[in-house]
Design a binder for this molecule. Sequence first.
Ligand code: AMP
Ligand code: MG
Length: 491
Amino acid sequence: MTVHFPFQNTYTALPDGFFARVAPTPVAAPRLIKLNRPLAVRLGLDPDLLETPEGAEILAGKRLPDGAEPIAMAYAGHQFGYFVPQLGDGRAILLGEVVDIDGVRRDIQLKGSGPTPFSRRGDGRAALGPVLREYIVSEAMAALGIPTTRSLAATITGEHVMRETALPGAVLTRVAASHIRVGTFQYFAARGDTDGVKRLADHVIARHYPDLAGAEQPYHALLAGVIARQADLVARWLLVGFIHGVMNTDNTSISGETIDYGPCAFMDHYDPAAVFSSIDEQGRYAYANQPRIALWNLTRLAECLLPLFSDDKDKAIEQAQAILAEFPGKFTNAYNAGLLRKIGLFTEQDGDDALVQDLLDAMAKNHADFTLTFRRLGDAAEDETYGDVRSLFAEPAAFDEWAARWRQRISAEPQTPAMRAAVMRSVNPAFIPRNHRIEAVIEAAVNRDDFAPFEELLTVLSTPFKEQPAFADYASPPEPHQRVLQTFCGT
Ligand code: AMP
Ligand code: MG
């Protein structure tokens, strides 16, 4: 039996300039570290066959499955505000698309599978550490209900990659609704290729926004659609304490998924200015800056679409500005509504936004753990004791004053304490992929070839809203000596 991928490719039908045809570079000794079996089934793949040596060869890029039309996609992008007219898949190769059991088309891509025409000076490879990091964080995001690319598999190549030291090489098999980015539009716009922009926009509408195909102004509607999804996405990030770390326009997905996990992190104690990425020296992509940056990136998308809006440039700009102006309200609505749910409110009253903001301010001043504060507040809603929440605040009295106001507010609602606590536990996770846990997993894998911690962390994170007494430690913030202050790019 050979592994069958039910490919139904569409991107390769686009004009030549959209991509380069390139096959993965075979590697020495593929070894499967992890297969996401449930995801494989959803994609119409046979997990047992993927776990055979032949399957590992495919997932490591040593062997091409039948029907694959491997390509590297072309794109451009603003990196930290500076435009680079050609980036492209420098270390990723799209094997093809399949339609999953929900009827959604999904890209299957190998990341770390060797050089492409877009590699510039890079080696086209990935190291094991960043592959495991992306695997863990993307699957954790999915379990939290946040739109994201998924991880189908991680394989070791049996070769070393040279970074600061020689590290084990690995390939991540990544699944996305598509890998089309704001930067993909910029690639054609920067070349003055309006036909390319239009072809891409039509492809994206058919694939990701089919309801807009019949709209009176489909390209305007497309911009509005991407804006709505990004506003919702970034609100969701903030509500779980996630910091993407590299929100360049080439890492901003048109489908509205979280994509390109590099030096990302979940914060432990609440700090709106939190930055973990070693390369983000100015804090451009700090936690609380993410909505502003998303809008900046969407403005770059709008610029690409202007020629499709109107031949009259001033009119096109005016229309784009009107659509972009929707972002702040959409973001704020999603974010504020999410915060009210996090503190267990079923209704909205004047003063609620201030109530939740006062909690956040007290958390920031008192270095309270973001995830645990909300999680334990759910317990407090039920048992009316505050000890476990108070102790998260450097000055517990700062919480007491707030808690009295909160108690008064929730007692005005008819829901029972048990019902409120249950809802709060369904939106406030107990388990997030904490940096120190990820680092420990990577250390064990890279230095000791021990993948048991990786497996255990994945298990815990797969049900983040459920109490898991056997794994209670995974909910804890790091001890001072375990604290991770910086995260690094995979490159
Ligand atoms: P990233 O920082 O992962 O979003 O990547 C930015 C750009 O650099 C993309 O065009 C990547 O394909 C490219 N790139 C990153 N790492 C490598 C590598 N090791 N080899 C070749 N290209 C790379
Ligand atoms: Mg990228």
